[in-house]
Ligand binder design. Sequence first.
Ligand SMILES: Cc1cc2nc3c(=O)[nH]c(=O)nc-3n(C[C@H](O)[C@H](O)[C@H](O)COP(=O)(O)OP(=O)(O)OC[C@H]3O[C@@H](n4cnc5c(N)ncnc54)[C@H](O)[C@@H]3O)c2cc1C
Ligand SMILES: NC(=O)c1ccc[n+]([C@@H]2O[C@H](COP(=O)([O-])OP(=O)(O)OC[C@H]3O[C@@H](n4cnc5c(N)ncnc54)[C@H](OP(=O)(O)O)[C@@H]3O)[C@@H](O)[C@H]2O)c1
Length: 277
Amino acid sequence: MTEMRPVTEAAAIKAPTLPDAQTVTQVKHWTDRLFSFRVTRPASLRFRSGEFVMIGLLGDNGKPLLRAYSIASPAWDEELEFYSIKVQDGPLTSKLQHIQPGNEIILRPKPVGTLVHDALLPGKRIWFFATGTGFAPFASLLREPQTYEDYDEIVITHTCREVAELEYGRQLIEQIRQDELLAELIGEGFADKIRYYPTTTREKSPRMGRITELLRDGTVFRDLGIEGGIKPETDRAMVCGSLAFNHDIKAILEDFGLTEGANSDPREFVIEKAFVG
Ligand SMILES: Cc1cc2nc3c(=O)[nH]c(=O)nc-3n(C[C@H](O)[C@H](O)[C@H](O)COP(=O)(O)OP(=O)(O)OC[C@H]3O[C@@H](n4cnc5c(N)ncnc54)[C@H](O)[C@@H]3O)c2cc1C
Ligand SMILES: NC(=O)c1ccc[n+]([C@@H]2O[C@H](COP(=O)([O-])OP(=O)(O)OC[C@H]3O[C@@H](n4cnc5c(N)ncnc54)[C@H](OP(=O)(O)O)[C@@H]3O)[C@@H](O)[C@H]2O)c1
């Protein structure tokens, strides 16, 4: 049991001692709407790369205020990383955005989720489709050795409104390409399997447009030199974005002949919400 170091003054009034407290070790702000942070990992926590947990803070009423968060770090990492939105009037993130190293957050150690390798049938190429903070589970899976053991090619697409919103993902992939520990864990040259495909929709960038449109008109396949599009025999996909995005990508994948899987019923693609609403 650890005593919570409160983030807000209001919480300070009656900060009780809580189980499930973890200490913030690093915080990085990417834009006025996005930040990432790392916390200590409970010794007992086991999870599969791609899963999510409930995290939060003590609310002003002294009760835990929890939300679902994808773990952005891989299963082998000794700390846990998260990549978060800042919703200015959001009950949790209006406060969470002010955390600093040394503060504590609540982390319920019960990981769940569908974006796991076990939920897919074996394949040759895997597609990770993300919008916004939907990149988080792929930040975990891109650092997971099994991703490279199971597939010859990993295509990660990330669509955001603005260029700055791509930066967390862009830097992470650049770091992965140079990471000696990962090369040791996974094997030299592992990063050559990554095909990174970022697009923006509202600010000018080298690749513009919703990924859904670029898949439908074949631009993605032409850009990446992939013949014949997405094939159910060889291609697998994981999807994480808004409800509308997930719905539209699902329709596209089904048109290509892929079917949706689950932990209990592995198939060709799986989907997780990046947020509700
Ligand atoms: C399975 C799952 C995994 C999630 N993983 C993450 C994650 O890794 N990182 C993360 O930032 N959020 C994630 N979320 C969303 C998260 O649970 C909260 O909704 C978010 O932290 C905002 O909390 P809040 O209390 O401030 O506002 P809420 O009351 O929860 O949300 C207010 C409104 O803000 C918008 N919103 C909420 N979350 C987001 C978001 N991530 N991106 C864009 N708009 C959003 C929605 O319109 C929502 O109605 C996940 C949600 C689910 C269901
Ligand atoms: N990002 C901001 O600057 C901003 C600022 C203030 C408030 N908000 C609010 O915050 C919420 C979340 O914003 P967000 O930008 O993080 O997430 P978002 O609205 O889900 O958009 C993220 C990216 O996904 C694209 N997208 C959305 N729906 C799609 C679909 N059905 N198919 C394919 N691509 C799709 C968007 O393209 P499009 O641009 O074409 O939609 C955008 O590039 C929204 O309710 C928004 O109103 C956002």
